[in-house]
Design a protein around this ligand. Structure first.
Ligand code: EPU
Length: 438
């Protein structure tokens, strides 16, 4: 298992190219199941989650080829039964249900569990399928959905915490082959939903309004193969922007989509960071001392939950109090005790974290708990004095393409080591980290 060793103190400087979006590519790959023709998806980030999705498609019978940033999928003949263990391992895999139900009128997938960031129910996905006429059964840990004929209808998809991103994607993918018109109200407006709709439209789907709270889908008989390039990853862009500000550096994000990160740029500007946009490039540079900002996470276009942990790491460096409220996932504060190990002053009050910033962070051994918490620890490690070691970085590899390589190019003193002697990067696990390495 790999771990990161970071010697803090280097300001990040230079340019970083933003990769394709993880959260766009996962449902887009699932959508390739909707046709027996060949689909070519470009701008694929090199991530373990993407490889996992490719494996899921293969276990369903699709032919998948992954070569330097391009995936070709041909799902000529597929079956509706997902492998229990492979699907269970990644929550994002739930989005194969909609395409399987749409094309094969049947889907059987393992019920995704909660994860460290919250309970993560799928009641809204199932509500959508039921509304389209599917019968849903839960049996031995599987969700079984069947529908001889899906019928278009009007579906309200708002839940306790607002809209659902993968729920909207799932229902949209089931509805493209349903009979008649489906209207999804309270649809998620995230750019990843819009990108999926753009791909489905290229496949021959009739979809209007994606990216807004009302999506209208007129079912078609059949979809065909298509080619598509995924949008840049707005959360990766946000992470490098925040890291640049935290280390007091100057970084230009290349291949970014500035419109997708307006909420981040707004908060950075409030925090006294200049963000200069020029086409697809954004240059981030602190203007002086950081100022504290308070945010609450919200569905798009609000401040994304996926950048909450990273902003918290930044706020440990802004003198004063900032309040960070998490409104999407109930327990997305696993990074708080780990930031505390580095010397951050953060107290939890219900769904809010109260950060008293301006204290110097000190390197320590910390542990990743989930993808974005890991990114926050990397940022904190780069501003901390002395050495920080972060274990369990497989979380990071799920969603950030070669983060250590990109950061090294920007000047960070960051190394990736392995605790496996067979690995060329082998280094014995530091004794105080041994407790964290499984
Ligand atoms: N919810 C329900 N019922 C449902 C579905 C969701 O109550 O049936 C609730 C959730 O519990 C949560 C809220 O609705 O409180 C929003 O969850 P959503 O369904 O939008 O999350 P998701 O679609 O499962 C995607 C991303 C997450 C990102 C969220 C929110 C992917 C693969 N995952 O998850 O990404 O945090 O949207 O934007 O697209 C990450 O990349 O680190 C990550 C966790």
């Amino acid at each position: 298992m790999d771990y990161l060793e970071i010697k803090g103190g280097n300001p990040l400087k230079g340019e970083v190219r933003i990769s394709g979006s993880k959260n766009a590519v996962l449902p887009i790959l699932a959508a390739t199941l909707l046709t027996d023709e060949r689909c070519v998806i470009r701008g694929i980030p090199d991530l373990s989650d993407v490889k996992h999705m490719a494996k899921i498609l293969q276990t369903l019978g699709a032919e998948v080829e992954l070569e330097s940033g391009t995936i070709t999928v041909q799902a000529k003949s597929i079956n509706p039964f997902g492998d229990y263990d492979i699907i269970r391992k990644m929550r994002g895999s739930v989005c194969i249900m909609g395409p399987l139900l749409g094309r094969l009128h049947e889907a059987k997938v393992s019920m995704p569990g909660g994860c460290v960031i919250g309970a993560r129910p799928i009641n809204l996905h199932l509500w959508g399928f039921k509304s389209l006429g599917a019968q849903i059964d839960l049996k031995e840990g599987y969700v079984i959905a069947k529908a001889p004929q899906l019928e278009g209808c009007s579906i309200f998809m708002g839940g306790r915490n607002g809209s659902t991103v993968l729920g909207t994607a799932n229902v949209m993918m089931a509805a493209v082959l349903a009979k008649g018109q489906t209207v999804i109200e309270y649809a998620a407006c995230e750019p990843e939903v819009k990108d999926l709709a753009d791909f489905l439209i290229k496949m021959g789907a009739d979809i209007k309004g994606a990216g807004s709270p009302t999506i209208r889908i007129r079912g078609v008989e059949k979809l065909h193969g298509a080619e598509h390039t995924v949008i840049p990853d707005r959360i990766e862009a946000a992470t490098y922007a925040i890291a640049a500000a935290a280390t007091d550096g100057e970084v230009t994000l290349l291949n970014s989509e500035p419109n997708h990160i307006q909420a981040i740029l707004h908060q950075l500007r409030q925090a006294n960071v200049s963000c200069t946009v020029s086409g697809k490039e954004v240059t981030i540079k602190r203007k002086g001392e950081l100022r504290p900002v308070s945010i609450a996470t919200q569905p798009y276009p609000g401040f994304p939950t996926d950048a909450q942990a990273q902003l918290m790491a930044l706020m440990t460096q802004a003198r004063g109090i900032s309040i960070i409220t998490e409104r999407i996932f109930e327990s997305r504060f696993m990074h708080v005790p780990e930031l505390g190990r580095l010397g951050a002053h953060i107290e939890l009050e219900g769904v809010s974290a109260i950060v008293e910033g301006g204290f110097e962070l000190q390197g320590a051994h910390v542990m990743s708990s989930d993808l974005r918490a890991s990114a926050a620890l990397v940022i904190a490690g780069m501003v901390a004095k002395s050495t920080t070691i972060i274990s369990r970085i497989y979380h990071l590899d799920r969603g950030y393409e070669k983060m250590d390589v990109k950061l090294r190019k920007l000047g960070a003193d960051i190394g990736r080591w392995s605790s496996e002697p067979s690995n060329p990067n082998y280094r014995p696990v530091p004794p105080s980290l041994a407790q964290f390495v499984e």
